[in-house]
Design a protein around this ligand. Sequence first.
Ligand code: HEC
Length: 386
Amino acid sequence: MARTHRLGNIFNRILLLIFGGAIVACAAIFSLVLQRNAEAELASKALLFLDSMNAVRNYTSNQVKPLLEPQLGEQFLPQAIAAYSARSVFESLHAKKEYADLTYKQATLNPFNPANQADGFEADLLERFRTEPANKQLSGFHTREGAEVFYVARPLVVTQPSCLACHGDPQKAPASLIDRYGSEHGFGWKLGQTVGVHIVSVPAGVPIATARQSFFWFIGIAAVVLAAVIVAINLLLKRTVLRPLSQMTAAAEQISKGRLDFEMESTASFEMKALAAAFERMKRSVVRSMRLLQSVHYDRGRALLAAGDLDGAIQELYNVLNVDPDCVAARVDLARALVRQGRSQEAIAQYNEALRLAPEDPHIHLELGALLLEQGEQAVGLNSRS
Ligand code: HEC
């Protein structure tokens, strides 16, 4: 039984190793795919939002500003400023509950409006855009006020000389602008300079939680399926291999002990049936050769006994009993040979064994009785006859 268990253990260990490895590999790939999907979803949302804000800026610069420009000398009209209209549009969007988590900022290090002052994170992004001018967009996850957000940022470059009419030299800037914002901040920009970042962020908590949930569902289902497969394989292994194998082991044990009067149980699988049939044939040929061997020893033992070679006869008869301990005739002959050698105690033991095998045989009772009588143990001799 111990051996069959071990085979099952080996099987299970290999299965667990393969399935465990497969689950870990699948989980890693799946988690990567989910993460990518969540990121792509968030990125498309953030980009739509960022491009919308840019469209507002362009509309203001291209269509509103030319109309209002002539009046800017006397009166400051923030409606003509792209940055202002973009911020206003964002603020009215932000006031709605469903967009309360969105953020949009035109962050610069030196703004007119303090609300546009870059914080540490935005300043770092700006620094990256300055050191990597080829980089036109940065995105990723970021924690803002304790919540996880996905951000997309683009560099804010002074591409048009017209920007410098207000953001360049404060001496040349419209007076109404100086009245409103002072001459301290927002000036001194240069053409081609990266002065800030456009940055939007969208909440990432829900898509990430959804991805995590899908991941755990996947792992759970995969684990249940694999457990079911392992159980099924175990049952199959037990039915088709382990049980027939342990039956055959038991059969081989019977043969090795000289017991040949058993039947092999039939099994389901073709291979095991073939093995069982081979076993049966082997058993039959073992029986045949053992019988042959037994009769050779027995005949030789009797011949030696008749010839008076007691040692030889005893040796041969013992050989018969080694092959077939239940052979009563060989045992009785052995007892007779032992009696003739004067080994009465051994002879009595052999007679008793013969009687155990054939309690009804009167000859054995008679010979044992006579022997015991001769030994002077009359009482026991009479007893054995009862
Ligand atoms: C007519 C003057 C004027 C011109 C021309 C102008 N801006 Fe501005 N800009 C402003 C004002 C005023 C603000 C502050 C608006 C507010 O209160 O949000 C501003 C704000 C900004 C901001 C936000 C940071 C800050 O300073 O508050 C950026 C970025 C910006 N402008 C970029 C540009 C670019 C790029 C151009 C050229 C395409 C440009 N501006 C042209 C007047 C101008």
